[in-house]
Ligand binder design. Structure first.
Ligand SMILES: NC(=O)c1ccc[n+]([C@@H]2O[C@H](COP(=O)([O-])OP(=O)(O)OC[C@H]3O[C@@H](n4cnc5c(N)ncnc54)[C@H](O)[C@@H]3O)[C@@H](O)[C@H]2O)c1
Ligand SMILES: CC(C)[C@H](C(=O)O)[C@@H](O)C(=O)O
Ligand SMILES: [Mg+2]
Length: 357
């Protein structure tokens, strides 16, 4: 029986819709297992800019620091996507949150529910049994280096930077995780070209002997992009830099069937933030069709990682599994065989999951 304070940060677009469902699941878990979860909400992204002019107001950051965990939705708005000159942008709020909270490790499990074998565009016989855990470094790289324009704005630059320390701390987390799984670690870089990648590889090679039980493989990111689709089962734990991890995990979402299935945990020095890997998806915002399972599975990660509530977390994953077994789908994971009455909207899918909790 525990008392925990959870901050709900829905952000923009479908972030609002899916996070509402994630929160309901947390509520149900608290009731079922006799915990007391208290909640507050905070602004981030476009909604925060509209309300305060700031994509991450100090008040939001303060609330995050004081919470036991954060359930986050997404940020982003087409207004900024199509205006490269906008100086204040929703994504700045997300990056600031990650930096300020020291969330250097982003865990992105690529878990394929067997029932969704047919939802992917990859052949079932290639996919069956795929189970990958990505460790994406989250507070360094080209995202956070100096950037700007020169030559009267005609030339732009973004500097990618990594310190030995930054590489080592994410690498150690990945090695430790590999030890609890199939003991394979694939480190992804572009060391044939990029200096930060050469440092990355050097650090992994240096600490690898401390984990003799873990088999280490180094891959170039272009090859990884290909191998993920060709033979996803060859991967166990993957560790990579911020930008490569962002791109490879969107690609890997197709192994799980949809962006709407992929949850993540951003952890590091302080409060953990749990978030779907998808964005604000304005193409479907307000239509009530967004898949809430990524948010629900993010809530499961929150229970497990921040609260150490293994049984509670498994109850959520099991409920999702049951709902998929019963044949229910949101539009993004439905296929030609899915009967129309099994295709549910965001809230109805959440309600089905709740029935199994
Ligand atoms: N973590 C974040 O907050 C985050 C992540 C990615 C993109 N973004 C932002 O989101 C905005 C839109 O970006 P984008 O279109 O490239 O990426 P996106 O992830 O929002 O959408 C990509 C595609 O996947 C679909 N999709 C995503 N989540 C879904 C769900 N839960 N259910 C069903 N379908 C889903 C969308 O409809 C869209 O077709 C941009 O402003 C971008 O900066 C934010
Ligand atoms: C919105 C953007 C800044 C973000 C990123 O690139 O990290 C997103 O794509 C993600 O994967 O969380
Ligand atoms: Mg991304």
């Amino acid at each position: 029986m525990a008392t925990k304070h959870i901050l709900i940060v829905p952000g923009d677009g479908i972030g609002q819709e899916v996070t509402a469902v994630g929160k309901k699941v947390l509520d149900k878990i608290a009731a079922k297992f006799g915990h007391t979860f208290t909640y507050d909400e905070a602004l981030i992204g476009h909604v925060a800019i509209e309300a305060t002019g700031n994509p991450l107001p100090d008040e939001s950051l303060e609330k995050m620091r004081k919470s036991d965990a954060v359930l986050f939705g997404a940020v982003g708005h087409p207004k900024y996507d199509n205006d490269p000159s906008a100086k204040v942008r929703p994504e700045q709020g997300l990056l600031k949150m990650r930096k300020e909270l020291g969330l250097y490790a982003n865990l992105r499990p690529i878990k394929l529910f067997d029932e969704l074998l047919g939802a992917s565009s990859i052949k079932p016989e290639i996919l069956k049994g795929a189970d990958i855990l990505f460790f994406r470094e989250l507070t360094g790289d080209i995202y956070f280096g100096e950037k700007g324009r020169k030559n009267d704005g005609d030339t732009a630059y973004d500097i990618a930077e990594y310190s030995r320390y930054e590489v080592e701390r994410i690498a150690r987390k990945a090695f430790e995780a590999a030890r609890t799984r199939r003991k394979k670690l694939c480190s992804v870089d572009k060391a044939n070209v990029i200096e930060t990648s050469r440092l990355w590889r050097e650090v992994i090679q240096k600490i690898a002997p401390e984990y003799p039980d873990v088999e280490v493989e180094h891959q170039f990111v272009d090859a990884t992009a290909m191998l993920l689709i060709k033979d996803p089962r060859r991967f166990d734990v993957v560790v990579t830099a911020n930008l490569f991890g962002d791109i490879l995990t969107d690609e890997a979402s197709q192994i799980a069937g949809s962006m709407g299935m992929l949850a993540s945990a951003s952890v590091g020095d302080g409060t953990g933030v749990y978030e779907p890997i998808h964005g604000s998806a304005h193409d479907i915002t307000g239509k009530g069709v967004a898949n809430p399972l990524a948010s629900i599975l993010s809530a499961a990660l929150l229970l497990d990682i921040s609260f150490g509530m293994k049984a509670e977390s498994e109850a959520v994953i099991n409920a999702v599994d049951q709902v998929l077994k019963a044949g229910f789908r949101t539009r993004d994971i439905a296929d030609q065989q899915t009967p129309a009455d099994k295709i549910l909207g965001t809230e109805a899918m959440g309600a089905e999951v709740m029935k199994h909790l």
